[in-house]
Structures are given as C-alpha cells and as structure tokens.
Design a protein around this ligand. Structure first.
Ligand code: ADP
Ligand code: MG
Length: 339
C-alpha cells in the first residue's frame, strides 16, 4: 500500500500561507504592494481590531479583469514575470504569485475591481480558498479588497496573534515605511474609524517625514543626493542630536523595496562614528537606486533581505555619503519647512 500522497491544493495553500501570512501586517503588506504594483496614486488602508477582524485596502490602480479574477487567486499566478530570466530585471514588489492564494486560504476575502477598459467590474468572494460568488457589478476603476476574520480556519495560527493594539502597531510601522518609500503615492491609514496617517503624494520625502515623525525630526535632517553611474543614493539623514536608542529609525530602501541590511547598518555606524556615542543610532531615510541586475531580491518570500554583487563598494559609498552629509551641518543649520 502506498503511504506517500500528493497534498491537495487547499492544504498546499494553507501551508504556503504560513510563509507569507504571519499576521495582519503581512496581509496589509502584500495587498498594498499589489496596489503599488498596479500603479495606484492613492491607497487607503482601513483596519479594525488590529486587522484580525477587518482589513480593507482601496486603490485607484489598474484593476483586475473580470476574466482574470479567479486566476489571480491561484497559487503561482502572476502578471509580473513570465520566466526565470525576468527575475533579474523585475521592478515590481511582487512576483511570486502567492499572496492572494495564501491570504484567501486563511481568511474571508471579498474583492471588487474594475479595469479602465471594462465598463463594469467584478465582485468576487472567496472564503478559506473556496469560491463563494462571482458577479458583475458597477464600481469605480481600481481595486478594493476586504479581508475578514484572519485565520478563522487555522485556530492554531490565530492563537499566536498578539493583542489588536500590538498588531495595529505593526501595521502602522509598515505603512510608515511604505509611504516613505513611495512619496508619490497618497496613503491614508484609518484605524478603528480614526485617520492615523494621511500623506499627500506630492513626491516630497521631507513632507512624509514631517507627517510621520513630526516637526522636531523634520527640522533636523540633512538632504542626501549622490549619484554615480551605478548607484544613486537620495533621502535624508538625521543630525546627531536626533539620534535614537534603537535602529527603528533607520529606514533603507533599494529600488523602492524596504530592506534590512546589516551591511548598510554597519556603514551608517561607521559614517556617524565620530558624531554618536555607543548604542545610539541615527535617523535616516535612504533610497538606493541600483541596476536590478546587480542585486538579487529572490532571497526569501518576505524579501526584506537582499544580496548585492558588490557589497564592499556599497559599504564604502554609504559611509562616504554619510560623512559628506554630516560635514554640511555647519553649512545648513536648519531645514526650512513650508508648514
Ligand atoms: P504577485 O503580486 O506576486 O503577482 P499576488 O498573488 O499578490 O501575486 O497577485 C496576483 C495577481 O493579481 C497580480 O500579479 C496582479 O496581476 C493581480 N492583482 C493583485 N492585486 C491587484 C491590485 N490591487 N490591482 C491590480 N491587480 C492586482
Ligand atoms: Mg503580490
């Protein structure tokens, strides 16, 4: 008698969901990244009870074709890459085609979407991976996705969730990072009916920093603007007086993707060495633009780590940019705010 069996698709999706969907913030991350990839200029995120009960993401992006809606929820279905070669030039935040299938397998999902080309849109409901309904409806261009009752069918996973307040904190951190990396998009975050963050989408990182961290930080930052043929580094670094006791205020992005790189952390530390005491960490928002063939984003599904093919150069550049930036302190005593 054979004892080895291929798992059914539902079970495969639920297992895969463990990789992609750890908590409400991971759902928000995947969905907002989809909205960004769909070229939205305004994204609204609405959460209730830490996102465990209710998450709604509304965007004004490209939308999903009626004919594609079922496919979008299949595992490994994506419009973003076609072959392995595309991985080396991929500029979208997603590409694995796993998120929608994973999220739908562990929650109750409702999607309303319309593309520009179509006259009517589609409303699609899927719960625990089972299609409930698919209807034609009138709706604006773009996509709204509602995720209810996360982990309703995987109680063991639900048990690991923290309090709504803690889960909401993760979502808030995430949206801060996403709005800092996409200053050209207007983000609105509503928690339990209260607007917590609203960025203008005017493409000014400085304004987003002001929105998130307030005046005292926004007044004490130094602009960074550095460009070589291979790498572009832009953003802001904090003056030493706004240093922090943890690394939460170091935000680094590569080609629009938030990353945590020990290499860059170390380079920051070296750059600030003569300015900061031990166990103090700088404030910074740094955007790196690097030709995508020189990095490898295909490291882990959550993609916070990244591999560079010339790390030493990146290390030295970062350090130099920081040192040069800090030297300007005497020259620009205070940034003027138009607010
Ligand atoms: P991936 O983002 O890796 O392609 P997902 O499972 O997250 O995989 O999404 C599957 C597909 O559904 C995407 O490739 C995209 O074509 C479509 N899609 C998902 N969300 C949106 C959205 N907000 N707007 C337009 N298309 C979307
Ligand atoms: Mg995606």
């Amino acid at each position: 008698m054979s004892t080895i069996k291929l798992l059914d698709q539902h079970t495969i999706n639920k297992i895969a969901a463990g990789e992609v969907v750890e908590r409400p913030a991971s759902v928000v991350k995947e969905l907002v990244e989809n909205s960004i990839d769909a070229k939205s200029s305004a994204i609204t995120v609405e959460i209730k009870e830490g996102g465990i009960q209710f998450i709604r993401i509304t965007d004004n992006g490209l939308g999903i074709n009626k004919g594609d809606i079922t496919t979008a929820f299949l595992r490994h279905s994506t419009s973003k890459i076609k072959s392995i070669e595309d991985l080396f030039t991929v500029s979208s935040l997603g590409f694995r085609g796993e998120a929608l299938a994973s999220i739908a397998s562990v929650s109750q999902v409702e999607v309303i979407s319309k593309t520009r080309e179509e006259i009517t849109g589609v409303r699609y409901v899927i719960q625990g991976g089972n299609e409930i309904s698919k209807d034609e409806i009138g709706c604006p261009e773009g996509t709204t996705i509602i995720v209810r009752n996360l982990f309703f069918n995987t109680p063991a996973r639900r048990k690991f969730l923290k309090s709504p307040g803690t889960e909401a904190g993760h979502i808030s951190d995430l949206l801060n990072r996403l709005s800092l990396s996409h200053p050209h998009i207007s983000f609105k975050y509503i928690y339990n009916n209260q607007v917590k963050l609203h960025t203008s989408g005017n493409n000014q990182i400085k304004d987003v920093i002001f929105n998130i961290y307030g005046k005292d930080i926004a007044k004490n930052i130094i602009p960074i603007n550095y460009k070589t043929e291979e790498v572009e580094i832009t953003g802001f670094i904090g003056k030493p007086q706004i240093s922090r006791s943890n690394r939460n205020y170091e935000s680094t992005y590569i080609n629009g993707r938030y990353i945590k790189s020990t290499l860059i952390q170390k380079a920051l530390e070296e750059g600030y060495k003569t300015y900061l005491p031990m166990h103090k960490y700088p404030f910074c928002v740094l955007h790196y633009k690097i030709e995508s063939s020189r990095i490898d984003v295909n490291v882990h599904p959550t993609k916070m780590e990244i591999r560079f093919n010339n790390s030493e150069e990146l290390f030295q550049l970062t350090k130099k940019v920081i040192i040069d930036g800090l030297r300007q302190i005497e020259l620009i005593p205070e940034i003027t705010l138009d607010k």
